[in-house]
Design a protein around this ligand. Sequence first.
Ligand code: PRP
Ligand code: URA
Length: 209
Amino acid sequence: MENVTVVDHPLVAHKITLLRDAETESAAFRSLCQEVTLLTAYEALRTLPVRSVPVTTPITTTQSPMLAGPAPAIVGILRAGLVMVEAILTLVPHGRVGHLGLYRDPVTHRPVEYYKKLPENLEKRTVLLVDPMLATGGSAVHALDVLYDAGARNVDMLAIVGCPEGVAAVHEKYPATQITLAALDERLNENAYIVPGLGDAGDRIYGTK
Ligand code: PRP
Ligand code: URA
């Protein structure tokens, strides 16, 4: 699949198996989501711009790369994307954070927006959209619409589990979006849940069911 990276690493695979396990309790589930985010963000943020700066080591002076340009924007889709945002901020502490509140209507499975707060000057920033689940892709496409309307010029996406239907929906409207996943699952079921998947990520992270 073009513009899709599925991170292939034993640590990621191991943690995804623990996330899939219906017996994994909320606290462990939340922490595993953060760990998988850290491991996969490494790949998703590979295109961050750098510039060479002089640095004096205890031995000599040399040129060495540092992140360049305005701080990247990390935009989380609430609720479940929140834990991913917090994990990425440990890697990119100067990042600016956007929140987009969306929930799926239980009947239509279409996203309903209830909150939006985005960083300024999105057009100058690298923007990474994060949400653990890419299912029908409705939430991701809605979020990308909002981000491009707000001026973003290049938005990448990081999810923990995706499926072909979600990837196709995103790429039908935004073919250049780079999607990084920890797992690409088989399909959606009749309730628009990912199979085999891990269930409802928000409910499992926050223990609401
Ligand atoms: C989940 C998930 C995504 C969305 C994915 O959120 O975190 O945002 O579903 O589904 P889609 O690709 O079909 O749009 P949910 O709507 O359950 O809200 P929550 O995070 O508040 O639990
Ligand atoms: N949202 C989830 O949390 N899980 C799915 O499998 C699909 C949508």
